[in-house]
Design a protein around this ligand. Sequence first.
Ligand code: ACM
Ligand code: ZN
Length: 526
Amino acid sequence: MFRKLIFAILLLSGAESFGQNFDIVPKPVSVTPGNGRFVISGKTRICSGKDLEAPAMLFVSQMEKLTGTELSFSDIPSKGSIKLQTDLAMDAEEYVLNVSKKSVSVTGGSEAGVYYGLQSLLQLAINNDGAIPAVMITDKPYMAYRGAMMDVSRHFFSVDEVKRFIDILALHKLNRFHWHLTDDQGWRIEIKQYPLLTSIGSIRKETLVGQMDESREMKYDGIPYGGYYTQDQIREIVDYAAKRYIEVIPEIELPGHGVAALTAYPWLGCTGGPYEVWTRWGISKDVFCAGKESTFEFIENVLTEVLELFPSKYIHIGGDECPKDRWEKCPLCQKRMKDEGLENEKELQSYFMQRIEKWMHSHGREIIGWDEIMDGGISKTAIIMAWRDQFNGTKAAQQGNRVIMTPKWNCYLDYSQTSDPDKYEPIGPRRYLSIRQAYRLDPYDRLTPEEQHNILGVQANVWAEYIPDFQYHQKKVLPRLAALSEVGWAYDRKNYDDFVKRLASFARLYDKEGLVYSDYVFKGIE
Ligand code: ACM
Ligand code: ZN
């Protein structure tokens, strides 16, 4: 009797007892198990119209790489196949994945929706060793903007590494890649009209060794360090990302964090230099001069080339950490303030940013700026990237500006992952950002439903001062990126314990992909 009862319970509870694993990260809207299994094998075909051949072929190559199974593509529907289709009544990124004993169908609101459905199918294939339990999954993202930023100035990452980072974003169903291309420590984008930006500005003569401590003498390695992307390489990366439904948003930092550019063209600064591409970390007092017309001419020429390379609606123009020391002493900056009726240097920065924003609008684009651009007054049209504190973003959203939330205490993946970094982690920022804390981000906190519409989404930022190579970059990013991807995709269905359980399955995909990741969360180290 007792054994019969146990058997009946097992039969009813189904899922776990028969090795069915429906773990998907980020969490879908609904998962409804069915009966039986669909086995993917070398005989399985993936069928779609020509319009969906691109996501189909990406899935074919992912399956081959991760499971060794070689699927074939056909534009003629056949029995027992994986069928792809679009349904224009659905949201663009929405999908329905239906797995039955006999066939699989993926229906998306657009190519991107179908692609996301296939990413979920891939996770199910890996979780269940190719024998996918019947299931109906409905899914769509909560937030429109789901991003990650890579800093290639402090340390340079090759074209292949950038593509690999884009692969990682795609696996997490992110759709924006914010590319931090310029900073004090190196200018990384070829600009044809200003060749010295790369021939001089992309190279620093050496790099600080160890953790920066301004109270002690700093040590340098004596080794020149550089790297930049040609315009052809940039086009290649933009195209690579687009094929994975990811838009690349470039950042050209203004008016601070510009020492690399000032080194190449010293007339861009207030004092005229000489300057030197920075070899240490921190915030430089040397910034673009806001008084000279030639500064704006230079920036507009640079941005003209940037717009040709990047089709994104949004262009990031920096705006953070711009000390006003030089402007206070510069006769041209002071004259500009007088001529424009500006009360102080913060207003001069607003003048600077708003002037570039106007130019951007006249070229059909919009600007994103770090939250400091609010300090001296902002236009209603600027998009605020809140980083210092979430409540800068909250305030901006209340004032009617659009906001991308990247508050450092939840989103800076260069921060330590454990509460005892000296024990567990290499040198780097000692601020603590556990995966749990990343997961806790609530970008809508204290906002009315109306104000919440101004939150475009969330983004992970990975500053690279202490990230010398791509192996370590991955260890910083994974798996905390999964937590932020779930905030952006599945905000309304978050549950940390359930997330950690699903994450263990997702890590099998990391393993098969050959990705490097931190395993603190799996070892219970916080
Ligand atoms: C920043 O972290 N300075 C945007
Ligand atoms: Zn000046």
